[in-house]
Design a protein around this ligand. Structure first.
Ligand code: S3P
Length: 192
């Protein structure tokens, strides 16, 4: 784990009581967030799940029928609402950090933790996730291999400036990651 540099635009923002998980597609934000919320006895908020539920459509269909801009507008609206809450575990989509407005809100609402992994691991996790087809449509007009590398390089710059802490999830199980995040947050590991 390493302490990433705070985003200059928001490093002095007042700190809320939420735990925010950021990271690329396949980093494990939803799985880890759900288990972490159980450990902390806090509500788990998944912004992608809210977007799809309120739209009554999958994320793939939102992109296909209304375009990425409509998705990003919904994403910013949901982030604005959920970051007003306290003592939550919040998981946001991999592209949420592209918006400065989102970054400011996420930073101000609590502790941002970047779940990172190698490109190979991220690819493998996405391929193994049955939900990818509905929640992870193509994002740029490149072949999937090129898209992945281009987006990962672009996004990592934002994760690194926004996150307070980076947790390298390489080779870790969900439980291991939850305990690693817990240790960062000074929470005793889960006792089974
Ligand atoms: C996106 C990541 C997805 C979802 C949407 C856009 C991105 O969330 O928000 O497909 O731009 O990287 P996950 O990171 O949970 O896959």
């Amino acid at each position: 784990m390493s302490r990433a540099a705070a985003d200059p635009a928001t490093r002095d923002a007042p700190r809320g009581t939420n735990v925010v998980l950021i990271g690329f597609r396949g980093a494990g934000k939803t799985s880890v967030g759900r288990r972490l919320a159980e450990l902390l006895n806090r509500p788990f908020i998944d912004t992608d799940e809210i977007i799809a539920r309120e739209a009554g459509r999958t994320i793939r269909d939102i992109f296909a029928q209304s375009g990425e801009a409509a998705f990003r507008a919904a994403e910013t609206d949901v982030i604005a609402r959920v970051t007003a809450g306290e003592r939550q575990v919040i998981s946001v989509g991999g592209g949420a950090v592209l918006s400065r407005e989102n970054r400011a809100r996420l930073r101000a609402c609590g502790r941002c933790i970047w779940l990172s992994a190698s490109e190979e691991t991220l690819r493998r996790r996405i391929a193994a996730d049955s939900g990818s087809a509905d929640s992870r449509p193509p994002l740029i007009a490149l072949d999937p291999a090129r898209e992945f590398s281009v987006l990962l390089a672009q996004r990592e710059a934002f994760y690194g400036t926004l996150a307070e802490i980076q947790v390298n999830t390489e080779g870790l199980s969900v439980e291991d990651i939850v305990n690693a995040v817990g240790s960062v947050l000074s929470i005793p590991p889960r006792r089974e």
